[in-house]
Write a protein that binds this ligand. Structure first.
Ligand code: DGY
Length: 328
C-alpha cells in the first residue's frame, strides 16, 4: 500500500524528517521560504497531512482547497495561525505541542524580565560603544526584582512555571486569568493571588504576559492599560504579538510612562515596528522563548507523533478539535 503524502512546510531537524519518511511520502519545503496562502493551498493538493510551524497561515481557503487533507499538526503550542473552526467543519484534525516547552519558555521569561529590569542589553550597548569611562553611583539604575510584585496575565501551564520560579526572588505573585486556579495550583505557583486585571496592572512591579492570542486578547494591553501601570514597572511579553498594541507601547516607553519592556513577540512579525529600535528601554528578541535545543527537538517530535497518530488510525495526543467527525 502506498504511503500517505504529507507536506512539511519549513525546514526541521533531519532526524525528524527521517522519522516522518518512515510513515509518509514527504514533500519537505527545505528552501526556508515561507509559503503564501496561495502557495500553501497548492502545495497541499492531494496531501493527507501538514506539519506546520507558526509562520504558515492555514486559513479556511487553504482547508477548503484541499478536500484530501486529514490533519494539520503545528510545531507550536500556539495555534492562532490555523483556522481551527474551519478545520473542524471540514473534518480536519488540528494538533499543537503543549507542555514540552513550558519550562524552557518560563526560563526565557525570566531572562527577559531580569534583562529588562536591570537594563542588561542597554548596558552592554554602552560598553560595546566605548561609552563607559568610570564607575558612577547612578549608572544605569534599574528596578529590583527580588522582593517585588510579579503580575502574570494568563496563568496556564507556562504562567504557572514562571510563578514557581519566583520563590527564589522572594516575590509576591498576583495573577489574572480567564478562570481562577485551584487552591492547590495557586499554592504551587508561589501562593499566587487571583486579582482583577486592573488591580494587577496597578499594583505589579513586573507585568508578564503569558496568555494565548485570540480575537478577545487582541490589544489586551493598549494605551489605557499601560496608563494603569506604575511608572517604574516593566512589561514582558513572551506570549504572542498582537496582544500588545505595539504603537501604544512605543508611545508609553518613549514618554517614560513605564520603565521598560522585554519583548519576544511582535505585531505582524517578522515585520517589526521600527519605533522600538530608537528606544533604549526595551529588550528585543526574535520569538525564541522556546528555542533551546532539547525543547525545539521535543516540539518537532511531538508534532511528528501527532501526525503519525492522526494518519495511521491512532489517537493524536494533542488534538485541539476532539469532537471531529473525520469520515475521510
Ligand atoms: C509556541 O509554541 O507557540 C511558540 O511561540 C513557538 O515558538
Amino acid at each position: 500500500m502506498s504511503k500517505p503524502e504529507i507536506l512539511v512546510t519549513r525546514p526541521v531537524f533531519p532526524d525528524v524528517l527521517e522519522r516522518l519518511a518512515q510513515h509518509f511520502e514527504v514533500d519537505a519545503n527545505q528552501n526556508d521560504r515561507i509559503l503564501t496562502e496561495e502557495e500553501l493551498a497548492q502545495r497541499l493538493h492531494g496531501k493527507a497531512g501538514a506539519f506546520t510551524t507558526p509562520t504558515e497561515r492555514v486559513t479556511a481557503r487553504v482547508i477548503a482547497a484541499n478536500p484530501h487533507l486529514k490533519a494539520v499538526c503545528n510545531m507550536a503550542v500556539g495555534y492562532n495561525n490555523i483556522d481551527v473552526d474551519a478545520a473542524t467543519r471540514a473534518g480536519v484534525i488540528v494538533t499543537n505541542t503543549p507542555d514540552v516547552l513550558n519550562e524552557t519558555t518560563a526560563d526565557f521569561a525570566w531572562a527577559l524580565l531580569l534583562a529588562t529590569a536591570r537594563r542588561v542589553t542597554e548596558a552592554e550597548h554602552i560598553l560595546r560603544a566605548g561609552k563607559w569611562d568610570r564607575w558612577r553611583f547612578d549608572t544605569l539604575l534599574g528596578a529590583d526584582v527580588h522582593g517585588s510584585t510579579l503580575g502574570i496575565i494568563g496563568m496556564g501551564r507556562i504562567g504557572q512555571a514562571i510563578a514557581r520560579r519566583s520563590t527564589g526572588f522572594d516575590m509576591r505573585v498576583i495573577y489574572h486569568n480567564r478562570s481562577r486556579l485551584s487552591q492547590e495550583l495557586e499554592a504551587r505557583a508561589n501562593h499566587a493571588r487571583y486579582v482583577s486585571r486592573d488591580e494587577l496592572l496597578c499594583s505589579a512591579d513586573h507585568v508578564l504576559l503569558a496568555l494565548p492570542y485570540s480575537p478577545e486578547s487582541h490589544h489586551a494591553i493598549g494605551a489605557a492599560e499601560l496608563a494603569l501601570m506604575k511608572r517604574t514597572a516593566t512589561l514582558v511579553n513572551i506570549a504572542r504579538g498582537g496582544i500588545v498594541d505595539d504603537a501604544a507601547l512605543i508611545a508609553a516607553l518613549r514618554a517614560g510612562r513605564i520603565a521598560g519592556a522585554g519583548l519576544d513577540v511582535f505585531e505582524n512579525e517578522p515585520a517589526f515596528n521600527p519605533g522600538f529600535l530608537d528606544l533604549s528601554n526595551v529588550v528585543l528578541t526574535p520569538h525564541i522563548a522556546s528555542a533551546s535545543e532539547p525543547t525545539r527537538r521535543a516540539m518537532a517530535n511531538c508534532a511528528a507523533d501527532n501526525l503519525i497518530a492522526a494518519l495511521t488510525g491512532g489517537n493524536p495526543p494533542n488534538i485541539l478539535n476532539p469532537r471531529i467527525q473525520s469520515g475521510k
